[in-house]
Design a protein around this ligand. Structure first.
Ligand SMILES: [Fe+2]
Ligand SMILES: [Fe+2]
Length: 335
C-alpha cells in the first residue's frame, strides 16, 4: 500500500474507531473457524468504507477462511463496537487475548475482566477443586500481567464494582478489585511482582470457605440463629483448609482467608486476634465495604459514601489509613 493510501486509511480508521474495532489475527483465530460468533466487516480501500463481510453464524468455507485471515493480517477486518457484549463474552473465555488485543479500550478491558472473573469465581466457589482453581488462577495471572504494566489500571476495575443483588462471586470480585487498589495505594514505594500476584489471588479468593456453607444459610433474609451463625463463622477456617488442600501455602492467602473478619480491637472472628497482618487488614476493609454497597438478603445496599464514612468512623476496628484512602476516593470519585 502506498504511504498516502495508508495514511488515508489510518485517518478513516481513527474516525471509525467509535463504531468499529479492527481485530487482530490472534482474536480472529480464536473464533470458531467456520462460523464467526459476530458480524465481520471489511474495510474497502476502493471506496474507503466499511462493509459487512460475513454475518454472525454464516458459514465460511476453507478458502473464505484463508481470505479473511489474509485480510485480517493486513488490518482490514473489523467488528462493530455495538457487538461488544458478544465480543467480551468470547474473550472472557480466553482471557489472555486481552493482552494481545491492541484495539480494546481500557474501559472495555475492565468490563471483560469484571465479567470473566466474576464468572470464573462462581465456578470455583461451586467446585473448589484443583481443575477449576487452575482456570481462575490463570485468569488472575492475566489480570496481574495486565496491571503490572500500569498499576493505575486497577481503577477502571474498581469503577465496575457490583452493586446489584449480592452473590458470593460478585462480592469476591468487589473485594479483590478494591483490595488490590488499596494494596497498591498502601505500598506506593513499589511492590514485588510475586507478592502482587499472591495478594491478588488471596484477595479475590478470600471467601473460598463460604462455598461450603449451605446456600439456605448464606441467602437467608432473616437474622441467623446461633447455630447458623456459628456455621458461618467457620468459613475462614474452612477456606484455610481448602487453600492448603489446593497447595496454596503462602502467607498472603492465609492472611486474607483467615483474617478478613478479624478486627483490630479483637472484636472479630474466628480468632478474635488484634495483631492482624497488613494484608488481612486491607482485605477486611475491602470485604466490609463491598458487602455494604450491595443488596444483601438481609439488608439493603448502602450508598458508597455512607458505607465509606461508617468504616472511617470505626477507627478501633479497621485500619485507619486504608479507610481514609477509601473515603477520599469515594468523596472525590477519583480512584
Ligand atoms: Fe468472609
Ligand atoms: Fe468476604
Amino acid at each position: 500500500m502506498s504511504s498516502m493510501k495508508s495514511k488515508l486509511k489510518s485517518n478513516i480508521i481513527d474516525n471509525l474507531d467509535e463504531e468499529y474495532y479492527q481485530i487482530s489475527t490472534d482474536i480472529l483465530s480464536s473464533f470458531p473457524k467456520f462460523r464467526p460468533p459476530l458480524d465481520l466487516f471489511i474495510f474497502k480501500e476502493e471506496t474507503t468504507q466499511i462493509q459487512l463481510l460475513k454475518k454472525k453464524g454464516d458459514r465460511m468455507d476453507k478458502d473464505e477462511q484463508e481470505r479473511v485471515a489474509e485480510l485480517c493480517k493486513e488490518g482490514n477486518i473489523f467488528v462493530a463496537r455495538s457487538d461488544h457484549a458478544v465480543y467480551s463474552k468470547h474473550i472472557a473465555k480466553q482471557l489472555d487475548l486481552v493482552l494481545v488485543d491492541e484495539n480494546l479500550k481500557e474501559a472495555e478491558i475492565a468490563e471483560i475482566f469484571c465479567y470473566a472473573l466474576t464468572d470464573r469465581i462462581a465456578e470455583f466457589m461451586e467446585q473448589p477443586v484443583k481443575a477449576v482453581f487452575t482456570q481462575i488462577y490463570n485468569d488472575l495471572m492475566v489480570l496481574t500481567e495486565y496491571l503490572w504494566e500500569d498499576r493505575n489500571r486497577i481503577k477502571s476495575l474498581v469503577r465496575r464494582l457490583h452493586t446489584d443483588e449480592h452473590s458470593l462471586a460478585k462480592h469476591s470480585y468487589n473485594t479483590g478489585a478494591l483490595g488490590l487498589w488499596l494494596f497498591g495505594r498502601m505500598h506506593p514505594g513499589g511492590i514485588n511482582r510475586r507478592i502482587y500476584d499472591k495478594a491478588a489471588l488471596a484477595l479475590f479468593l478470600h471467601d473460598m470457605g463460604m462455598g461450603k456453607i449451605p446456600a439456605f444459610i448464606r441467602d437467608k433474609d432473616k437474622p441467623l440463629t446461633q447455630d447458623e451463625r456459628s456455621k458461618v463463622n467457620m468459613h475462614p477456617l474452612l477456606g484455610s483448609k481448602i487453600a492448603l488442600k489446593l497447595g496454596l501455602k503462602f502467607d498472603e492467602m492465609q492472611q486474607c482467608v483467615m483474617e478478613h473478619h478479624e478486627r483490630l480491637d479483637g472484636s472479630g472472628y474466628p480468632g478474635k486476634i488484634k495483631d492482624v497482618s497488613p494484608l488481612g487488614a486491607i482485605c477486611a476493609v475491602a470485604d466490609s465495604y463491598s458487602a455494604m454497597i450491595s443488596k444483601r438478603p438481609y439488608a439493603e445496599a448502602m450508598e458508597p459514601l455512607a458505607a465509606a464514612k461508617e468504616l472511617g468512623q470505626a477507627t478501633k476496628a479497621y485500619d485507619a489509613k486504608a479507610t481514609k484512602l477509601l473515603l477520599e476516593a469515594v468523596v472525590t470519585n477519583r480512584w
